[in-house]
Design a protein around this ligand. Structure first.
Ligand SMILES: Nc1nc2c(ncn2[C@@H]2O[C@H](COP(=O)(O)OP(=O)(O)O)[C@@H](O)[C@H]2O)c(=O)[nH]1
Ligand SMILES: [Mg+2]
Length: 416
């Protein structure tokens, strides 16, 4: 495996969107191992997110979370769902302990084609765990899973952070007041949408349910329209209990809505009126003598995108009689330059990479379309596809720019 930390670019593999397990697993590994700059995967997937219901389950080690998740898998499969499970357990090494145990406990459903189970090996590092978990959830969401279950050990603040990614949060408390007090100490009770007393077949479960209900009553009463946190006694072995729990989860989803994690994300800055952007980009293209000399014209533009076109003529050919690679590069680079400068701040290209898929010939109408893959305050990454009139891919180009703070000043011409 190549060790290239913080690779700033990532393009969405189409197979990932189709739910290809190997491609999904690979993307998760890249995130887990820190091979990609944080956020690039989520940014690239932005348009494909929001389908999945994210269910978080937390509680002390041994509370019965994994057993319950396994039982829920069976019921959710029966309801026709595709489910992914992410088990985060910072306290245990991958080689043994809870993570291995969880795999065994979920093993029966783990082999089902509609189930994807992944344990995150955190090796004691908690920093960034919640953000990488969130990015992994995005991968699974884009891959089309209906429900994504995050199981994490309720040991502290990092678990609370991880649970913020979930739409519905279950806190699992085994019978015995000691454990529920433990959960309250960790502040985990505050984030619960559902409290589940696990192992309700064991003695003491009923009194734990009562204790937790009393504890909830001591807190502020839910106001109208607010979700009243239920306390459910659940035995993982009783299908009726598991079905009742999932019905309750579905009720919460109906009220709270899915993809809450996306609501909390900063919305990309409000774009200026599309007409202004297009006029500015067209003016930039018109003001470029090199672009004009090759017969390249800009046909479409918006914030972060640009489309340029050129018909291959005699002046573009190389000694082989096919279109010169430099002309194709220039076409792609023009779309790159226009898209990266479309926001009105001068962008300086710092890296570009092109692959040539096939030759273009005289008379071919070529089009280069640039899209913004990611943009931060200082860096932005673009992908440019060069296609022929019949849709055949001629070339793929990726480029990175450094965004300066300098405003672009151009006479905006009244073209088109
Ligand atoms: N009696 C009973 N035991 C359970 C139940 N659910 C889990 N357990 C047991 O509790 C132990 C811990 O379960 P596990 O799912 O690994 O807990 P986790 O650490 O929270 O994931 C295991 O020995 C399970 O067999 C249940 O509903 N009833
Ligand atoms: Mg477990």
């Amino acid at each position: 495996m190549s060790k290239r930390p913080h690779q700033p670019i990532w393009t969405v593999p189409p197979a990932l969107l189709a739910g290809d397990r190997r491609v999904v697993a690979r993307a998760i590994s890249q995130i887990e191992h820190g091979e990609l700059a944080p956020g690039v995967v989520s940014a690239a997937l932005r348009a494909h997110l929001g389908h999945a219901h994210v269910l978080g389950i937390t509680g002390a080690p041994g509370a019965g979370k994994s057993t319950l998740v396994h039982a829920m898998l069976g019921e959710l499969l029966a309801r026709g769902q595709r489910i992914a499970v992410v088990a985060v357990d910072p306290s245990s090494p991958v080689s043994g302990g809870a993570v291995l145990g969880d795999r065994v406990r979920m093993g029966q459903h783990g082999a089902h084609p509609d189930v994807f189970i992944r344990s995150l090996a955190t090796r004691g590092h908690l920093g960034g765990l919640s953000s990488s978990t969130e990015e992994i959830v995005d991968v699974l969401d884009a891959a089309g899973f209906d429900t994504i279950i995050i199981e994490t050990v309720g040991a502290g603040q990092s678990e609370v952070e991880i649970m913020r990614v979930a739409d519905t949060r279950i806190v699992a408390c085994p019978p015995g007041l000691g454990d529920s007090v433990q959960a309250i100490k960790a502040g985990i009770l505050e984030i619960a949408d559902l409290l589940v007393v696990t192992k309700s077949d064991l003695p003491g479960a009923d009194s734990t349910v009562r204790d937790l209900k009393d504890m909830l009553h001591l807190r502020a009463k839910p106001v109208d329209g607010q979700w009243p946190v239920p306390v459910l006694g659940t035995c993982a072995e009783h299908p009726a209990d598991v079905a009742a729990l999932l019905d309750c989860v579905a009720e919460h989803l109906a009220l709270a809505g899915r993809a809450q994690r996306l609501r909390a994300r900063p919305v990309p800055k409000a774009a200026p009126a599309p007409g202004d952007v297009k006029a500015r980009v067209l003016a930039m293209a018109a003001a470029d003598p090199f672009v004009r000399s090759l017969g390249i014209t800009c046909t479409e533009a918006g914030a972060g995108t640009a489309t340029v076109a050129m018909t291959v003529g005699a002046q573009h050919l190389n000694f082989n009689g096919t279109c010169h690679g430099g002309a194709i590069f220039t076409l792609a680079d023009t779309a790159f330059g226009l898209a990266s400068n479309s926001h009105g701040k001068m962008a300086a290209g710092i890296d570009a990479h092109i692959t040539y898929q096939q030759a273009a010939r005289a008379g071919d109408h070529l089009r280069a379309h640039a899209t913004e893959i990611s943009r931060s305050r200082k860096l932005a990454i673009y992908r440019i596809d060069v296609t022929r009139g019949d849709g055949a891919v001629i070339s793929s180009f990726t480029g990175t720019v450094y965004v300066t703070g300098v405003d672009i000043t151009l006479p905006v011409q009244e073209t088109m």
